[in-house]
Design a protein around this ligand. Structure first.
Ligand code: ZN
Length: 241
């Protein structure tokens, strides 16, 4: 395995930071750069970023071809993402690129296309305390995490979360208001591994939390394509001798 594997691209719409001083105080260079700093500190990967306002939203065919794991954060600009870029990223997931979907990216075009459902949920911005409870001890994405993670203030997301039944539910969150939410979820689509991770509302310092970043760094390694995996063989087939 090469030293630079996996190659991570962090995609961020990068809009709230340009409009809301509360967000730019927390993430002066943008949330994508805070995520990138955290993942580079974790090591064992190479990290680049891409944002909405770059040509092709920063996701040219060359960039996506050189991406082993794509991380996606979006909220206010989901509709501004061009359908052809969504199609390009979708095809890469089916071909084996890992995808980590963060927080409000549950409503991104890419995630909704991969899930095939509304991906809708309950929400409230009211400084809820979130506790993420481990439901799959020993899962590789939870390496170094024991029992639960407390986030003193976060946005609430509540069930029902309209998604297809996940392959694995590795975290469930509870909130001050009594709601619960499946907050760490995995699926496979084609050859690609997908992880949805709930925390990360833009007005809270969630991506400065070491345990949150540990989970995302672990998820990068989990979602990376298997080295040496053979290509699928499709189409008309002769019987074996
Ligand atoms: Zn949010």
């Amino acid at each position: 395995m090469q030293a630079d594997f996996p190659r991570v691209t962090i995609w961020h719409e990068y809009q709230h930071e340009k409009r809301n001083p509360q967000v730019s105080m927390l993430y002066p260079k943008g949330m994508h750069e805070t995520l990138a700093d955290g993942l580079r500190a974790a090591g064992a990967m190479t990290v680049r970023t891409a944002t909405l306002e770059e040509p092709d939203h920063g996701l040219t065919p060359e960039v996506l071809a050189a991406t082993d794991v794509l991380i996606w954060w979006g909220h206010m600009a989901h509709d501004a993402v061009h359908d052809d870029i969504v199609q390009r990223a979708h095809a890469r997931v089916l071909a084996g690129m890992g995808l980590i979907v963060l927080h409000s990216a549950h409503f991104s075009k890419l995630f909704k296309r991969l899930m095939g459902t509304t991906c809708d949920l309950k929400w409230r911005e009211a400084d809820d305390r979130e506790i993420l409870w481990v439901t799959a001890p020993g899962h590789p994405i939870l390496h170094g995490i024991s029992d639960h993670v407390v986030l003193p203030r976060e946005e609430m997301y509540g069930e029902h979360f309209d998604i297809p039944e996940p392959d694995e539910t590795i975290l469930i969150s509870s909130f001050s208001g009594g709601e619960v939410f499946r907050s760490g979820l995995t699926w496979r689509r084609g050859m690609g591994r997908i992880f949805y991770f709930r925390p990360g509302h833009e007005t809270y310092p969630t991506y400065h939390n070491p345990q949150v970043m540990r989970i995302i760094a672990n998820a990068v390694q989990w979602a990376a394509p298997t080295a040496g995996a053979g290509a699928s063989v499709f189409g008309n087939h002769k019987p074996l001798p």
